[in-house]
Design a protein around this ligand. Structure first.
Ligand SMILES: Nc1nc2c(ncn2[C@@H]2O[C@H](COP(=O)(O)OP(=O)(O)OP(=O)(O)O)[C@@H](O)[C@H]2O)c(=O)[nH]1
Length: 468
């Protein structure tokens, strides 16, 4: 599947740059060179070697409180400057040939002022310019970063889930070493993340790959992601002990017809598939809370045992407790076999609960006692709402992230790209979810309606209020 990549803030820029670096050095065309990086910090762009300068967009540079120096975690200010610079943001979207890709992936650190505040406004804009899905890759802050980052993450996650077609999460707390300097660990964390993203979302994009026995195509990935909500990725590899010489390879191929060898290969593949879920996921979660899953196996065809693949797939079906699994193989000549899993719309995620608890504590201590308490109290849903109240007409405000209340106090559904509250997407057989997580209609292939509990999963602000 091919993606336009849109990075927002420092994390977004670094991760998109890392994705492009891997893409440029591999035979997987993942982005079709469709990239844009938005930031409020001028100096951030200097670090990017793999996204050309004409795709670097500085916003908020005329704002007296920013002037290219970043937001220092202020998501309200982030939403405000993004709203002020909306025209420029839309002009920059013209550089993205969204028709040449299947979907857009917006990448951002949810704890940052730019990633958490500017990001949802950009996401809403992207949804309005393309009929293809727009997914988010969001980074959750580590605990040592502090309560403000948790608060930002809880608030922006709500907006992202409401507006995106799916939000894939990566948890810095799970992946960073305790006690180490977090900034110094980013390059390594980003390699881990990018490897998983390319393995899962880039499936089917290998150039000159042999024909797969069961091919996954972009519509399969879209169906798996079409549940909405938040998702997690798993990945595992096993090195192949293979001879390099042609004769050695021939002998290995002959051996693969041997019954004993077949049993060993099958067991190896099944174990590998199990390891994708049993090892560290990008977002720790209960696997059986996933609504949908996608499995892919990639490696030399002579060692990717069909029997092992089918047994592994069956195991995953039982483990996730869902029959909505798309699975396929990707044969290619490599020195390892890799298995990857997408767990879509996971609902049991202790880490999100933890971040929400910290957000409640932070709000009590800092937000409600601050000068901005009137603005930020009961009606506050997300950062962009603050800016709407200052700059928008009521009609515009009704379409902003976080869903401001109607006159009657009820929430309105999230708009789909054409402004309707819900419709079947351009892919033909996927169903858009509304802001409250209900599916507009079942997908055309007869699968059940999706996303019914999205709001209860990440209804952050509501939860913040309930907890109080
Ligand atoms: N995994 C990973 N996480 C990062 C990286 N950079 C930042 N983060 C995370 O993202 C959060 C936001 O950091 P930035 O993206 O630098 O912040 P920003 O969105 O630019 O916002 P401001 O600095 O407030 O303008 C941090 O709190 C970290 O949790 C990165 O390169 N990799």
């Amino acid at each position: 599947m091919k993606f336009a990549l849109v990075g927002v803030g420092g994390a977004g820029g670094r991760i998109v740059d890392a994705l492009r670096k891997v893409e440029q050095n591999s035979d997987r065309a993942f982005s079709n060179e469709q990239t844009l990086l938005f930031d409020t910090t001028q100096s951030a762009f200097e670090a990017y070697d793999h996204v050309p300068a004409d795709r670097h967009v500085l916003i908020g540079d005329t704002h007296p409180d920013i002037r290219g120096t970043g937001l220092d975690g202020d998501i309200e200010l982030g939403a405000e400057v993004a709203e002020e610079d909306t025209d420029e943001i839309y002009r920059e979207f013209d550089k993205l040939a969204t028709h040449s890709v299947h979907a857009t992936l917006l990448v951002a650190g949810l704890g940052g002022g730019t990633g958490g505040g500017v990001g949802p406004v950009i996401l809403e804009g992207l949804q309005s310019i393309t009929d293809n899905p727009v997914y988010v890759l969001g980074i959750l802050p580590a605990d040592i970063e502090g309560d403000q980052q948790a608060y930002n993450a809880a608030r922006s996650l709500q907006s992202y889930v409401d507006l995106a077609d799916n939000v894939i999460l990566f948890d810095n707390e799970e992946w960073a070493d305790d006690g180490g300097d977090l900034d110094a660990q980013y390059p390594q964390l980003n390699i881990e993340l990018v490897t998983r993203i390319i393995a899962v979302l880039g499936v089917g994009e290998l150039e000159d790959a042999p024909i797969a026995e069961t091919m996954l195509d972009p519509s399969d990935t879209m169906k798996a992601l079409d549940s909405g909500g938040v998702s997690s990725l798993g990945y595992a590899t096993t090195e192949l002990d293979r001879p390099d010489s042609l004769l050695g390879k021939l002998l290995a191929m002959l051996r693969s017809n041997d019954t004993e060898q077949e049993i060993t290969d099958a067991a190896k593949i099944k174990d590998l598939i199990q390891a994708t879920v049993d090892s560290k996921l990008t977002l720790p979660c209960s696997v059986d809370s996933a609504e949908r899953a996608m499995l892919s196996l990639s490696g030399p065809p002579d060692v990717c045992s069909r029997k092992g693949f089918e047994t592994g797939r069956y195991w995953l079906e039982k483990e996730t407790d869902t029959v909505q699994i798309w699975a396929g193989d990707e044969p290619h000549d490599a020195s390892l076999i890799a298995a990857s899993v997408l767990l879509s719309n996971v609902t049991d995620v202790p880490r999100i609960d933890e971040i929400q608890r910290r957000a409640v504590a932070y709000k009590r201590e800092h937000v409600e006692d601050s000068d901005a308490s009137d603005e930020l109290s009961a009606e506050t849903v997300d950062p962009s709402e603050t800016a709407e109240q200052q700059t928008d007409s009521p009609d515009d405000a009704a379409t902003r992230a976080g869903e401001p209340a109607d006159d009657d106090g009820e929430e309105t559904p999230s708009p789909t790209p054409d402004g309707d509250s819900a419709e079947a997407s351009g892919g033909g057989d996927t169903a858009k979810t509304t802001a409250d997580g209900d599916s507009a209609e079942p997908s055309a292939d007869g699968e059940r309606a999706v996303g019914s509990d999205t709001e209860s999963r990440v209804g952050t602000e509501e939860r913040i209020q309930d907890s109080e």
